[in-house]
Write a protein that binds this ligand. Structure first.
Ligand SMILES: C[S@@+](CC[C@H](N)C(=O)[O-])C[C@H]1O[C@@H](n2cnc3c(N)ncnc32)[C@H](O)[C@@H]1O
Length: 181
């Protein structure tokens, strides 16, 4: 079995365990307004990502490794069409639940369960890839530059036409690694 397949197998198990501990009440986001138009000087990584992301109304965004869908909710509230991909069915189910709990429409959100190494989307169909928090199975050194050239780990995300953002790790925010295009 390849390294990637091993990582992914372990990640599916880890994600499933994570999902089983999620309290549904924690899926509610009381203040979504803070992510709509945050200041560049904000010390909060996700607000900063949203600031750098700019206006996504009418854009198609891939939320790569969407987890329980915090970013999916925010992106959809900001007016994007969102493709939300995660390797864990359980986490995707929670992401769907998050939309429901927050009374958000799912009309502009398309969930996918699968590997970030095999993204089932046509070329030129995504404007922005939003990648907030590390994807362990892509390797901790993976960085996204330009339109996804091979990373140090040899990972290629073949989504021609996509503008990218890299959000770093929630536990160790590296907001300085965000790129402007
Ligand atoms: C650290 S969590 C971040 C979740 C979410 N983006 C956030 O910021 O709250 C990383 C997510 O990536 C998913 N993931 C990890 N490796 C993946 C892979 N190879 N393909 C697809 N999803 C993956 C995990 O299941 C997990 O939900």
């Amino acid at each position: 079995m390849s390294n990637i397949a091993q990582w992914e197998e372990a990640e599916v198990k880890r994600s499933s365990a994570e999902a089983s501990h999620v309290d549904l009440n924690s899926l509610r986001i009381n203040n979504t307004q803070r992510y709509m138009n945050p200041l560049e000087s904000t010390p909060y990584p996700l607000e900063y990502c949203c600031c750098l992301l700019g206006d996504v109304r009418g854009k198609t965004v891939l939320d790569l490794g969407c987890g329980t869908g915090e970013n999916t909710l925010i992106l959809s509230l900001r007016g994007a069409t969102v493709h939300s991909l995660d390797i864990s069915q359980e986490l995707v189910d929670l992401a769907k639940k998050r939309l429901e709990i927050n009374n958000a429409s799912a009309a502009n959100v398309h969930f996918m369960v699968g590997s970030a190494h095999e993204i089932d989307l046509p070329d030129e169909s995504v404007d922005v890839v939003f990648w907030h928090s590390d994807l362990a199975s892509l390797g901790s050194k993976s960085r996204v530059e330009g339109s996804f050239p091979d990373s140090e780990e040899g990972w290629t995300c073949d989504l021609p036409g996509a503008r990218t953002r890299f959000g770093g790790d929630s536990f160790c925010p590296r907001v300085d690694t965000l790129h402007r295009s």
